[in-house]
Design a protein around this ligand. Structure first.
Ligand code: 4NP
Length: 169
């Protein structure tokens, strides 16, 4: 559980071309709408798509809801991310395992104290989908890409609710 307001949040999936760039754009939009000055980025645990723009299907469906993914480029999660980011949000449970594995390497390379990032599921605060995966749409159809956006919006609203309570306490 994030009990402090993060300054930097990193959304992580496998390829960084479908779910995490969508989560990045949605979360950034929700933070801006709610006047929360929080930096958002995204990365993938795998190297397959480094340097690529988000999948054209993610761009299309997100674009229809007003989220512009066109400027985003895929990158791989790296050990420095654990010192730089306060909160790392995994899209599914395999991502979470891979993030935690790299976290161990980061702690060896730097120190446990320096690797301050909290690692939780994107849906950790969502009362309807608490800690459930945001399903990989890569081999799916249009409805799967729509669901990713639905779930990112619900999860983002839940983070807003969580952080809003912190500012009031
Ligand atoms: P993402 O989706 O992890 O949401 O970006 C995927 C993108 C690419 C692949 C799998 C999932 N792939 O196998 O290349």
């Amino acid at each position: 559980m994030a009990n402090l307001m993060p300054k930097k949040v990193l959304c992580v999936c496998l390829g960084n071309i479908c779910r995490s760039p969508t989560a990045e754009a949605v979360l950034r939009h929700f933070f801006m709408q709610n006047h929360l000055d929080i930096f958002v980025d995204s990365a993938g645990t795998a190297a397959y798509h480094i340097g690529e723009a988000p999948d054209h299907r993610s761009q299309k469906h997100a674009g229809q809801r007003g989220y512009d993914l066109s400027a985003l480029r895929a990158r791989q999660l790296k050990v420095q991310d654990f010192t730089e980011f306060d909160l790392i949000l995994a899209m599914d449970h395999q991502n979470l395992k891979e993030i935690e594995k790299l976290h161990q390497h980061a702690k060896q390379q730097f120190s446990a104290d320096a690797c301050k990032a909290k690692i939780v599921m994107m849906t950790a605060q969502d009362p309807l989908r608490h800690n459930q995966a945001i399903a990989d749409p890569y081999y799916g159809d249009a409805a799967d890409f729509e669901l990713v956006i639905d779930h990112c919006e619900a999860a983002s609203q839940a983070w807003i609710d969580t952080f809003s309570k912190l500012t009031k306490s």
